[in-house]
Each structure stands twice: as C-alpha cells, then as structure tokens.
Ligand binder design. Structure first.
Ligand code: CUA
Length: 179
C-alpha cells in the first residue's frame, strides 16, 4: 500500500499529539492527584438509615474541629430539608441515595455530586454567606422537579451543628479527598 508522504507526516503528527495529550492528562492526574470528587466508599442502600454515618442527617463537627454535613437523597426529598452551614468554612459533605440515582446540586455554586445507590459521595467546599437552594439535577421520577431543599451559610460565630459527631471510623473524618 502506497501512502503519500504528506499523509504519513500527518499520521505521525496526530499520533504524537495524542501521546502528548495523554501524557498531559496522566501528568496532571498523577502529579497533582486530580481525580473524581469522590472516594470509593460503598454502602448497602437498604441499610443507609441504620448506618452510623447516615442514620441521622444534618451537620456535625469532628474531633479535629472540621465541619461535616450528612445528607440522604430519597425520591423525592433531601434529608434534611434545611441545611445551615458556617460561611467561609470548609464543609465536607457525605451523601448517598436510598433508592435511585439523584443529582445533588447547590444552585449557583460548584457543589455538585451524582448520588448513586450503593456509593457514598464526598466532597469538601465552602460558601459565601447567603441563602442557597439545593436541587436535584438528575431525572429520578415523577417528583424530580419538586426535589429541593434550602441551605443557608451564616457567620461561623452564630453557627451550631445539628447533631453530635456520628460514631464512625476516622476515614469518614478526612476533610479532603486525596489531596
Ligand atoms: Cu432526585 Cu431528580
């Protein structure tokens, strides 16, 4: 088979570009520990509401003073329906679904996570003071559009957690994922 010289050049050039792009991605992923905003933590969806981390939902502070929020998604509600967080403070969210796939989204922020039954989603972020709305952004059934909750970020000095720290192993208390 005869391949034109220019065609050959472009074939090698595009091959080299693919290698360069892949090397860039691999460098970023490995060098800067960039990964999906989750750690692989599984949970039996049937037993979420008896799990030490999830049997109560709300906000808590761990032994290291870090703020956490535990949230459960169910068709068609968020538990809890009202979340109050300290502003300008890193908060680690622990979330899962007890039934179908839901999309956790705090409107007008970068806080988003897909909640898959059987898995715990986790991320850490912080908020400017204000009122926020939590919605579901993955179609989950006839009540998808009413699946919403309220969130407020208030000054840290006025904030109190809604529950005691759950009795879970320290792995749950990591303020940040793999960074
Ligand atoms: Cu839950 Cu859409």
């Amino acid at each position: 088979m005869k391949i034109d010289r220019y065609e050959k050049i472009w074939m090698w050039a595009s091959g080299a570009m693919l290698c360069a792009f892949f090397a860039t991605m691999a460098g970023a992923a490995i060098g800067s520990s960039i990964g999906p905003p989750s750690h692989v933590q599984t949970i039996d969806p049937q037993k979420v509401l008896s799990d030490p981390l999830f049997h109560q939902q709300g906000t808590w502070v761990d032994r290291g003073g870090r703020v956490h929020a535990t949230i459960v998604a169910t068709a068609f509600a968020w538990l809890p329906a009202q979340l109050t967080l300290p502003a300008a403070t890193p908060v680690t969210f622990h979330m899962t679904s007890i039934d179908v796939l839901h999309g956790f989204e705090i409107v007008r922020t970068n806080a988003q996570a897909t909640l898959i039954p059987g898995y715990v989603s986790q991320f850490t972020t912080q908020f400017a003071p204000g009122d926020y709305m939590i919605v579901c952004n993955e179609y989950c059934g006839v009540g998808h559009h009413i699946m919403a909750a309220k969130m407020a970020a208030i000054p840290r000095s006025q904030w109190r957690p809604t529950m005691a720290a759950p009795d879970v192993p320290p792995a749950h208390e990591n303020g940040h994922d793999s960074h």
